[in-house]
Ligand binder design. Structure first.
Ligand code: ADP
Length: 589
């Protein structure tokens, strides 16, 4: 301001001199008074006011209201959006403040929620431009914090905040332990929050009362073992399935309303996977547990052969040392580590992955560094129905509820509800290696996850079979014949062509119909750390490593060579709860 006044004073006196010399210039000889406040226009060109702009996020348009005065951004508010709970909502909650605090649109995006982050940033940029702002002023990067090293002490430290880590943390806390969870991303939820959130259960009283779904524990053990090519650790499978009905009651006990799912074989909680993650985290934090985001574990501390804590990289880049009496590794799988996957199974080179970017296998590497045994690392599952351009997985629920797969000739070619590896193989062997998934309005209405695929523009909607056939580039009469055959099979509960066995499926006689082209994508990594039924980590010498526990996708053996759909969350919940309980009794000893 001072400099500007000085500049104006010099300018005016120069003009006065010029005017006295007879040049054409202002003729007023009086020295004008300098204004107290320089007009806004001369400072930034910003016109004070509220400006709105909307940009496409992941699921919806994100409408943002930005208020500015002549110099700065006063407030940023997301006024409308339908982004995913527990993912995009974190960007909605945190980015506006970060933009205002930093007076910049060059703020860090929220890892795991980048699409929503960019929608907000673009909307604020648009608003600033509408106000006439000089964008250079608002594009300075945020100042980098000075890294600080910290040391913390706790009873139990958990690596990873997916379903396994949060279940373990909650149960350990319920058993009286002090617990810290470290999560390397800016948000919790990992692969879990991107899943359907459904978990298989066998023999729960609700299933028996309804006389539907998986009533028999032994049958389901057999189904899981066969699905895993009998490569599974039978003790882990038996333990998981024998505890599946009990986990429904545990879920209810910790605060959820667990409900029987669409097909009676699986259960869900309200809000599906986001509901599960948000709930587990809230219950854990309400009971005094701590979640440290943006904190990446890099090393497990071993003292005299027992786990004694971890070293991590903190949010500010500083070293975080957490001393603990027990460590639970729940860092998930390696489905996003595409180089490693191509090395482990060259057939999968070039496949897309629907995994979250944090699924890089860190937990396995850290465990191996302290002598843990690992198994089945080259057992990597593709999910059969992935929309490749967006890497969106179309949940099994689509097919379990009666959706069909049709090839480019307009015909079905497989039992849609067979094991994932078999369906993936069948799709890959079709012309061009892809198929169309077809469902109808009734199926879309039955499941919030499926509605979400339409919201994000992945599923296309058709009022007539003719339009659907056109979309698929197949003959209308051929497609109509396929649909008729299927509807008859459902009515008669007999599918002579492919022996689809689910008798409670819906037919597809009534539209509108929905479709999407699908192909297999990398989905789940079955290999990982060797554990026993106490979720204790086993060393390469076959001994328990004291104080070291693991649960969830980071472990190997539960799913053998192929995971059954709906068994991942069950695995996380059962072994997460067990890891929490066993680690708490270990530290209490
Ligand atoms: P699970 O289904 O077994 O719970 P998820 O993928 O849902 O697995 O969750 C695992 C979580 O662990 C993810 O949120 C991931 O970001 C986190 N994670 C992975 N590696 C690390 C690490 N080195 N430090 C902290 N958290 C990690």
């Amino acid at each position: 301001m001072k400099d500007l006044k000085k500049f104006l004073a010099i300018l005016i006196s120069t003009l006065l001199v010029l005017s006295m010399a007879g040049c054409s210039s202002p003729t007023d000889n009086k020295q004008p008074e300098l204004p107290e406040e320089t007009p806004a226009v001369e400072q930034t060109g910003m016109k004070p006011g509220k400006y709105t702009a909307a940009f496409r996020g992941y699921k919806s348009d994100v409408k943002v209201e930005t208020e500015v005065d002549s110099e700065k951004i006063i407030s940023v508010k997301v006024v409308e959006h339908k982004e995913t709970d527990g993912i995009g909502t974190h960007a909605v909650d945190r980015l506006p403040k970060s933009i205002v605090d930093n007076q910049s649109v060059k703020v860090d995006t929220i890892s795991g929620a980048t699409t929503t982050s960019y929608a907000i940033i673009n909307a604020v940029t648009d608003a600033l431009k509408q106000s006439g702002a000089d964008m250079k002023k608002f594009e300075l990067g945020p100042s980098t914090p000075t890294p600080k090293d910290v040391t913390l002490d706790t009873d139990i430290v958990v690596i990873g905040a997916g379903a396994a880590g949060l279940s373990a943390a909650l149960e350990a806390r319920r058993n009286g332990a002090e617990v810290i969870v470290v999560e390397k991303m800016d948000i919790t939820g990992g692969n879990t929050i991107r899943s359907s959130g459904a978990f298989n259960v066998a023999g729960h009283k609700l299933q028996i009362e309804a006389d539907k779904g998986r009533k028999d524990v032994e049958d389901f053990i057999k189904f899981t073992m066969t699905g895993g090519h009998d490569m599974n650790d039978p003790d882990l499978v038996r333990y998981m399935i024998e505890n599946s009905a009990g986990i429904v009651d545990w879920i209810t006990e910790v605060g959820f309303e667990a409900r029987i799912g669409e097909t009676y074989q699986s259960f869900t909680v309200p809000g599906y996977a986001p509901g599960l993650i948000i709930g587990l985290q809230e219950y854990f934090e309400e009971q005094g547990g701590t979640v440290m985001l943006s904190t990446k574990a890099t090393e497990i501390i071993l003292k005299d052969g027992s786990a004694a804590g971890i070293i991590a990289e903190g949010a500010d880049g500083g070293k975080v040392t957490i001393n603990a009496d027990a460590v639970i590794i729940a860092a998930g799988g390696y489905g996003a580590n595409l180089d490693w996957i191509a090395e482990l199974d060259p057939n999968l080179k070039g496949f897309v992955t629907n995994n979250h970017p944090g699924a890089t296998g860190d937990g396995i590497v850290m465990a191996q560094a302290v002598g843990a045994a690992v198994r089945d690392l080259n057992e990597i599952q593709t999910h059969p129905t992935v929309h490749v351009p967006t890497a969106t997985m179309m949940t099994e629920g689509c097919r379990n509820a009666g959706g069909i797969l049709v090839n480019t000739s307009g015909k079905r070619f497989t039992n849609e509800v067979n094991y994932r590896d078999i369906v993936s193989e069948a799709i890959l062997s079709q012309d061009q290696g892809f198929a169309y998934l077809i469902i109808n309005q009734e199926i879309v209405d039955s499941n919030g996850n499926i509605q979400g695929y339409y919201d994000i523009g992945v599923l296309q909607k058709f009022d007539t079979i003719a339009d659907l056939a056109k979309f698929m580039s197949v003959e209308e009469n051929v497609l109509q014949e396929t649909m008729d055959k299927w509807n008859k099979a459902v009515a008669e509960e007999n599918d002579p062509e492919f022996e689809s066995k689910f008798s409670w499926i819906r037919d597809l006689s009534v539209g509108p119909w929905y479709s999407v082209a699908v192909s297999p994508g990398i989905h789940h990594t079955m290999g990982g750390i060797v554990i026993n039924t106490n979720a204790e980590v086993i060393s390469t010498e076959g001994q328990v490593i004291p104080g070291l526990f693991a649960c969830g996708e980071v472990t190997g053996g539960v799913h053998g060579g192929n995971r059954v759909g709906g068994n991942a969350i069950l695995d996380c919940l059962v072994f997460g709860k067990t890891a929490g309980e066993k680690s708490a009794s270990y530290v209490n000893k």
